[in-house]
Ligand binder design. Structure first.
Ligand SMILES: C[S@@+](CC[C@H](N)C(=O)[O-])C[C@H]1O[C@@H](n2cnc3c(N)ncnc32)[C@H](O)[C@@H]1O
Length: 261
């Protein structure tokens, strides 16, 4: 199927798009899309949920609220409500915030006190520029709803290595909102998931399990376990965490936390 013109089409089926860093640059330029569309979400997936998502992030990175004067990085910040909430929290707590994304996305975020740097480029290739912006390391790194796009563009072990390299002592990195194909399959093999599928499709049939297909472009338990092992081997603790149950995709997504002792 031909890819629609992401920078101009007023009517995109987000579920059918194969997005990566370059594709998001085009969405960011599309004048017909609202902030949710520019970050690749149908409005209904995000609108109204951001405060709960943000609280879930802060619960996993509690020093964002308990400490002052930290260095914080938001990788793949996008242009919707989450980075704006983070900008406000960092201003309240006197944190230095480094935003990382394409120049097109970053241009839509405000240049305010506390946002010390905007690093335009794809992570982990932009790691050296990020290190320059945070020479003493990062205390809290957020990368929310981005890892599955990195998985298409780059080696996720490079992502872990660059993250471990950036973390200051006691620093934490949260790779949040990761679609985990294994978790989705477990859900759809269960009575709960079958009922969810029936309610969503309106059809009286079980979800397809697709157990004989290549997993091209998909993250599963094996990928996440490998990333955890990689971070642990490099001297960090690492954990797979559930999302708060009230979040829109909590039943099929995981969060990965990497913590330097
Ligand atoms: C689904 S949006 C998420 C935006 C924001 N984190 C949120 O949850 O509201 C994905 C974002 O990641 C950015 N992105 C994709 N790959 C990236 C990479 N390798 N490095 C930095 N940003 C990336 C895209 O430009 C886009 O803004």
């Amino acid at each position: 199927m031909a890819m629609p013109d992401l920078s101009r089409s007023p009517d995109l089926d987000f579920a059918a798009l194969d997005l990566n860093f370059e594709a998001f640059r085009e969405l960011a330029r599309n004048p017909h899309l609202d902030a949710h569309g520019k970050i690749g979400f149908p409005t209904a997936y995000r609108e109204g949920y951001e405060p709960a998502i943000f609280e879930d992030i802060v619960a996993k990175l509690p020093r964002l609220r308990s400490d002052r004067g930290l260095t914080v990085a938001d990788i793949g910040a996008g242009c919707a409500a989450l980075p704006r909430m983070l900008i406000d929290l960092c201003a309240e707590q006197g944190h230095r915030l480094v935003l990382v994304d394409s120049a097109e996305m970053l241009a839509m975020l405000p240049d305010v006190e506390g946002v010390t740097h905007k690093v335009a480029g794809a992570f982990p290739a932009c790691g050296p520029a990020l290190r320059e912006a945070a020479p003493d390391g990062v205390d809290a790194l957020i990368c929310y709803s981005v890892l599955h796009y990195m998985f298409v563009d780059t080696n996720v072990f490079d992502v872990v290595d660059a993250t471990v390299d950036l973390l200051a002592p006691r620093g934490r990195a949260l790779y949040g909102d990761i679609p985990n194909l294994s978790k989705r399959r477990r859900l759809f093999a269960s009575p709960t998931g079958k009922a969810v599928h029936r309610a969503y499709t309106g059809r009286d049939e079980d979800p397809p399990l697709d157990l004989d297909q290549p997993l091209r472009g998909k993250i599963d338990d094996g990928v996440l376990s490998g990333m955890i092992h990689r971070a642990q081997t490099a001297g960090c603790d690492a954990y797979l965490l559930p999302q708060n149950e009230g979040l829109p995709m909590a039943n099929r997504r995981d969060d990965l936390l990497i913590a330097r002792p």
